[in-house]
Design a protein around this ligand. Sequence first.
Ligand code: 1HN
Length: 344
Amino acid sequence: MQSLGRLEDLPQAYRDQLTEQNLVPLWPNLRAVLPPKIPSRKTTPTHWSYQAMRPLLLRAGELTPMEKAERRVLVLANPGHGLEKMQASAAMYLGMQLLLPGEWAPSHRHTPNAVRMVVEGEGATTTVNGEKCPMHRGDLVLTPTGLWHEHGHEGKDPVVWLDVLDLPLIYYTETSYAIEGERQNVLPGHGERAYVSGGVVPTPAFNRQPKAYPIIRYPWSEVRQSLLALASDQPQLEAVQVTYVNPETGQDVQNNLGFYALMLRPRQTLKLPPRSPAIVFHQIEGQSELIIEQTQFLLNEADTACAPGYTPITIKNRSADTPAFLFMADESPLHRKLGVYEAR
Ligand code: 1HN
């Protein structure tokens, strides 16, 4: 590939004139924005140990009352982007949120899309547009763009969950903002009951407008059951994986990020081909070994890791007798919309 002219090759007086007019020559920067064959990625393979972060999160509970935090979160920041950017990848934000018994995180709505993956504790709820969702370990609760949401805690022990948002993307596009609201009235109805079975959906009547987000809470007990059933029904199936979908459309539950649950059979090794989106892994049950190109992480229960796009990934279940279960998030829906999605 031909090397191109550098900025320093140009006379300083000419460069000053360009700057004066808010002009920049392309050629010194062309290779940086269009690198050969594979994009440059700031996202580096990163691992966050739950055991290591837990005491720091609980300490935040002592140091900062809810009134001073609104959302008490330690952000899982990828050092490749710079910690202050609060990004796990180009489009994904991750945070570990703590809610203590009796606490209340007030209602608001905002343009970024969020989901919560419950990590520990019983008794917390998230109310989303009036639907009060219980939060148990492994449950996925959606708070999509524009929907009111608030968190409460009527239990006895600290509750922790992992927040996954498309905040970096929404912020980058200069569309990120929030509106504060009043405490919501709880309304009847739970999407996961109305849509309890994957094969049938409520029949459309003349006037039934399906909601944009018919299911808000995806209970782990049901997702786990689906994975076990899939694995036993299809013993030859390599990737025992399910996608969290909108039951009305069969499409991804949210606009920009995709969410999945993966089961690894005892001692299974699964190779994921390089694909354009970055991926987040969160260990729900068991212990896995995650190999991202040259980097190797041990994922203990509740650990989280992030891998850049275009990278081969291998994941192994460490146990010889129990399955491992992982939650995954990626940027596939976004890449498909942009027309840049690739599996190599
Ligand atoms: C948010 O709304 C929550 O509602 C948590 O729990 C983390 C991070 C950035 C922007 C909005 C929540 C958030 C957030």
